[in-house]
Design a protein around this ligand. Structure first.
Ligand code: C2E
Ligand code: MG
Ligand code: MG
Ligand code: MG
Length: 281
């Protein structure tokens, strides 16, 4: 990748001050094209109530259909948007898509969206999010923002004022990826106004073979009960994982076992519950 990592001196800028990478320019071009050219798409994955398999909510997940590279992972897409200085635009696009999808789903169902720390640091992002709620007519209490550390640490002091303003509107927050190596973990609970704990798929999937994972899941469930928070176990792929998680006290789950993330159109035509019932037999 040495070719794309070359440095160039910006015309008219002082050497060593206004340098920027050709790679970043390419990321910007690509991401602008993606936003304007309809290359971005949202998929939705149900969050189900384990015992009955009803969809309580959906998580919105970004998909990028790149014209030459094919499908690009959302983590890479988000990194490209950050490099390109377009992350707030992408996060707002994601929020708008989620708000529009909410109308189509049953009124009781809420949508979870992943929003980057970078956007949440900016008070202006909150203003723009408010506009999205007004424009789409989506009530903010139908939206839950998932907080994760995929690209940056959750620095409570910088994002807290914005989270509190969003919470006043009715938006709720999840702490994503609990138990994954990239997560700072439960310490964040002291600092951030979260109402849901999401157990990372690493724990859901290791629970059968690893007693530490099982202990961590039980611990998260007990803590959530005491603090009146919800828990969602992510990445449930098999019947064994599903049954074990139920016995560990997880009621809300998400994973390929129930449904893969899908475009909205395909979601409505299928009943999650029926698929789940067929799996469980
Ligand atoms: P995440 O928020 O923890 O999302 C869950 C990831 O697990 C998704 O990957 C989902 O497709 C995948 N998944 C769901 N069920 C299963 C399962 O049973 N097994 C396995 N192996 N995986 C499962 P995806 O869509 O590739 O997204 C990866 C990460 O990228 C997300 O992790 C999130 O951190 C980030 N991301 C995705 N969409 C967005 C977005 O719209 N905005 C932002 N800022 N970040 C996003
Ligand atoms: Mg998430
Ligand atoms: Mg997660
Ligand atoms: Mg994750």
């Amino acid at each position: 990748r040495a070719d794309t990592a070359m440095y160039r001196i910006k015309k008219g800028g002082k050497a060593g001050v206004s340098i920027f990478r050709i790679e970043d320019q390419q990321a910007e071009l690509d991401m602008r094209q993606a936003l304007q050219g309809g290359e971005l798409e949202m998929h939705f994955q149900p969050i189900v109530e384990g015992e009955y398999g009803n969809a309580l909510a959906y998580e919105a997940l970004l998909r990028w259909n790149h014209p030459t590279r094919g499908s690009v992972s959302p983590v890479e897409a988000i990194e490209a948007a950050e490099k390109a200085g377009l992350i707030e635009q992408v996060d707002l696009w994601v929020l708008r898509e989620a708000c529009m999808a909410q109308h189509v789903l049953r009124p009781a169902q809420r949508i979870h969206v992943n929003i980057t720390v970078k956007s949440l640091r900016d008070p202006y992002f909150v203003e723009q999010a408010m506009n999205v709620f007004l424009e789409t007519g989506c009530s903010p209490n139908k939206i839950e923002i998932e907080l994760n550390e995929t690209t940056q640490r959750l620095d409570a002091s910088h994002i807290l004022p914005q989270l509190l303003r969003l919470r006043e509107l009715g938006v709720t927050f999840s702490l994503d990826d609990l138990g994954s190596p990239s997560s700072s973990g439960i310490g964040l609970l002291q600092e951030l106004p979260v109402s849901t704990l999401k157990i990372d798929r690493i724990l859901s999937q290791n629970a059968q073979s690893n007693r530490i994972s099982r202990a961590m899941i039980r611990g998260v469930v007990a803590m959530a009960k005491e603090l009146d928070l919800s828990v969602i176990a992510e990445g449930v792929e098999t019947d064994e994982q599903y049954r074990l998680l139920l016995t560990l006290g997880c009621v809300h789950m998400q994973g390929y076992y129930f449904s893969r993330p899908k475009p909205l159109g395909r979601l409505r035509s299928e009943s999650v519950r029926m698929k789940h019932a067929a799996c469980a037999r």
